[in-house]
Design a binder for this molecule. Structure first.
Ligand SMILES: Nc1nc2c(c(=O)[nH]1)N[C@H]1C(S)=C(S)[C@@H](COP(=O)(O)O)O[C@H]1N2
Ligand SMILES: [Mo]
Length: 219
């Protein structure tokens, strides 16, 4: 099994392949069997062609923009908030799907409430500490119960390859909504299309009714 590991590092647009020593190192660390159930496995994506890393101790998440109380949270702060566990299939718009993946984290709605997000703001923007990736949701989407800032994947800390220490997880939408290496949540007046959205993918990325694909919804 261990020898059959293949991890595609392709961006959606075929931005390039990354196959460095670091990737090998991650794969070695992961161990394969529990992580790769048959062919239903995650591909590791990074549009910057590297895997950004931030230690749990150095990690900070900021909640900014149209808020009464801007927040700067450590990983411990996040972990001290009431946790939510969501188990859904994970679907990438390029076609791969991983069945029944458990994610644990904090509801985005709770963070927006803690920060005192302006009731009149219509959207939320997300920024990654990879320096390139951005995403967005409408305020209604952001406040769903199945939209979380996740710090556990498959009941373990989220590794750097999957966007840890913490990433966004938007259960009902295609994987590109789930911004890895999450650094900033910004409350904004209206939706700002994200990295893949300015490159042609749908802003409202519901699995099953967007991007011209007939996928089964993940909910
Ligand atoms: N920062 C960042 N977040 C990202 C991406 C990325 O390249 N960079 N890729 C997106 C896409 S297209 C998918 S399908 C998922 C893949 O998550 P994984 O790399 O943990 O499998 O992350 C999403 N979030
Ligand atoms: Mo994706």
């Amino acid at each position: 099994m261990g020898r059959r590991v293949v991890v595609a590092m392709l961006g959606l647009g075929g931005a390039g392949v990354l196959w460095g020593a670091r990737v090998q190192q991650f794969l070695t660390r992961l161990g394969t069997p529990s992580f790769l159930p048959g062919s239903d496995r995650f591909r590791i994506y990074s549009v910057v062609g590297s895997l950004p890393e931030r230690s749990a101790a150095d990690y900070r998440l900021r909640v900014t923009g149209l808020v009464r109380r801007p927040l700067e949270l450590t990983l411990a702060d996040l972990q001290a908030l009431p946790p939510t566990r969501v188990v859904r299939d994970f679907q990438c718009v390029t076609g791969w799907r991983v069945p029944s993946v458990p994610w644990t984290g904090v509801r985005l709605a709770d963070l927006l409430d803690s920060a005192g997000a302006d009731q009149r703001a219509h959207a939320v923007s997300f920024r990654s500490f990879d320096g390139a990736y951005t995403e967005s949701l409408t305020m209604d989407q952001a406040r769903r119960d199945d939209v979380i800032v996740a710090y556990q994947l498959q009941d373990k800390p989220i590794g750097a390859e999957h966007g840890g220490p913490a990433r966004l997880y938007v259960a009902p939408m295609y994987g590109y909504k789930s911004c890895k290496w999450l650094e900033e949540i910004r409350v904004v007046p209206s939706v700002v299309p994200g990295y893949w959205e300015v490159r042609g993918y749908d802003v409202d990325a519901w699995v099953g009714r967007s991007n011209g694909r007939g996928d089964r919804p993940t909910s």
